[in-house]
Design a protein around this ligand. Structure first.
Ligand SMILES: [Zn+2]
Ligand SMILES: [Zn+2]
Length: 512
């Protein structure tokens, strides 16, 4: 069994540091809003809280002011309205509203950072849990046999499963949004009762400590889930069909949930987190081990025998995980490629988001497909990369836009009487190349026209010369076509003296 807790704790610690920094920052920002000295408003905390609870958004000062103006509180307490509406308070209320929106922004950033940290931790953890479990099993059996290596798709699927109703990123979102709202309400309460900046600062750090605690619990529990699921996959991979539940009793409540399962065996096929597989509850530290029956062991021995030499690979008790990993994972090129790919996964995800933003519909829809494209389809990937660079080039240099690209004219005869007309000596060879590579022909030339028309707006244009009829421009586009084999397409335009931009030619050009 693999000890995941340390890396989970480290991740929890990194997140706690973010929360701490944010709480320090917001305390500083809140200073101008709250009282320097005690000057209690004539409203108890209890009364103020009741009042805020009558609002649709208990963090909205505008809604509160409207309510107060409507005369909802008894006259002897009503001086609060006078205070809030006074000249002296005006700047403070403005600052208060800014602070509220600052909290929203900051917490969105926290969400992104936290998600990134957790994701990287889970990706590393999943791989390690799987391989360590295979190592454990082989060492217990005393033999080494071939096994499948883990890939990003399998890891992704486990990480994103909503095993507890939500997946980790939805939980982070809920926690960070909840914290933001809580804090905003607490601040309005502070303003209403006249809290000092010191009191408010304590309140802020209390909220952030709670937030960090929730994150730590989430990382710990998700890590347990992930580790156990990857171990289940390793059991299946090794031909182990049953496992033994091992309870780690660190909570009193485990009398009811975890102790009854201790030492019991279950079928791998029936495993279910929260029912017969850890975690049974948040913070659960229970684990499982593979149940290696005589039958399972015999199967492993068969697999361990080399069909050519008849040798059996041994995994002696003295072998370390590092040695084993070097021999069975690193020594295997296919496995190495997978390890490399999953190490890069976090960077790749950022890249996926950026590419999706810029390239849109021509990009794979899911990260797993993008990942597959990047590592397993080098020819296609070359075009996608080039496409990204080209489109980005226009973003960086908007002055290179094709003039009047929105109204580009692509005359029908250019397609029907030139590119896709067998009688056109100059046009047809170009059209034939479009047909072979991209799947466009006389039957669906409109699709090519639409792609070129869209492309006119998305790629930078290069001025060539003035040929007497107008200015000539060329654009280099990537067209993905109908056959899954993208191509580099050169498009020529003429900008006539009336300002219109007209397609003159288009052809495929191989890239180096
Ligand atoms: Zn328990
Ligand atoms: Zn437990």
């Amino acid at each position: 069994m693999f000890e995941y807790m340390q890396s989970a704790e480290e991740t929890g610690q990194l997140i706690a540091e973010i929360y701490y920094r944010v709480s320090q920052y917001l305390s500083g920002e809140a200073q101008e809003v709250f009282e320097k000295y005690m000057s209690r408003h004539n409203l108890t905390e209890e009364e103020a809280r009741q009042l805020l609870n009558t609002l649709q958004d208990p963090a909205s000062i505008q809604e509160l002011l409207e309510k107060l103006q409507g005369g909802v509180i008894p006259a002897e307490k009503a001086d609060i309205l006078r205070v809030l509406e006074s000249q002296a308070y005006r700047a403070r209320i403005e600052r208060f509203e800014q602070l509220q929106s600052q909290i929203d922004l900051v917490m969105q950033q926290v969400y992104r950072q936290e998600k990134q940290l957790q994701e990287q931790h889970y990706i590393d953890l999943a791989r390690e849990a799987y391989y360590k479990s295979v190592f454990d099993i082989q060492q217990r059996a005393g033999i080494g046999f071939s096994f499948s290596h883990i890939d990003q798709k399998q890891i992704d699927r486990v990480i994103n499963t909503k095993w507890s109703g939500k997946n980790y990123s939805a939980r982070i979102w809920k926690n960070t949004q909840g914290l933001a709202q809580d804090l905003k309400e607490e601040m309005l309460l502070g303003l209403l009762t006249g809290k000092t900046e010191r009191e408010m600062s304590l309140e802020i750090s209390k909220k952030y400590a709670q937030g960090a605690f929730r994150s730590r619990r989430l990382v710990r529990t998700e890590s347990s889930y992930l580790t156990n699921q990857m171990e289940m996959q390793s059991y299946q991979e090794c031909g182990v069909d049953r496992y033994i539940y091992l309870a780690t009793l660190d909570l009193r409540t485990c009398d009811k949930c975890c102790i009854p399962l201790d030492g019991k065996t279950f079928a791998v096929a029936d495993q279910e987190p929260g029912k017969n597989c850890p975690p049974m509850h948040p913070w659960c530290r229970c684990t499982t081990i593979a149940y290696i029956s005589a039958e399972v062991l015999a199967g492993m021995k068969r697999r361990a025998r080399d069909p050519v030499t008849g040798h059996t690979y041994l995994v002696p008790g003295s072998m370390t995980y590092g040695e084993w990993y070097g021999k069975y994972v690193e020594g295997n090129p296919e496995a190495e490629a997978k390890v490399k790919a999953s190490r890069n996964a976090s960077e790749d995800r950022k890249q996926f988001e950026e590419y999706k933003k810029l390239i849109g519909k021509d990009m794979p829809k899911s990260f797993a497909d993008f990942h597959n494209l990047k590592y397993n389809e080098p020819e296609k990937w070359k075009f996608v990369k080039l496409d990204y660079q080209r489109r980005n080039d226009l973003l960086q240099h908007p002055e290179l836009k094709l003039p009047n690209a929105e109204n580009a004219i692509l005359p029908e005869p250019k397609f029907t009487k030139y590119l896709f007309d067998e009688n056109s000596v100059k046009g047809y060879p170009k059209g034939k190349a479009f047909a072979d590579r991209l799947g466009y022909s006389i039957d669906n030339w409109q699709k090519l026209r639409d792609e070129l028309k869209q492309g006119a707006k998305k790629y930078s244009a290069q001025y060539v010369d003035n040929n007497g009829y107008g200015d000539r421009y060329v654009q280099k586009m990537i067209i993905y076509g109908e056959k899954g084999t993208p191509a580099n397409v050169i498009v020529a335009w003429l900008r006539k003296t009336d300002g219109t931009i007209n397609l003159t030619s288009a052809y495929i050009k191989e890239t180096k």
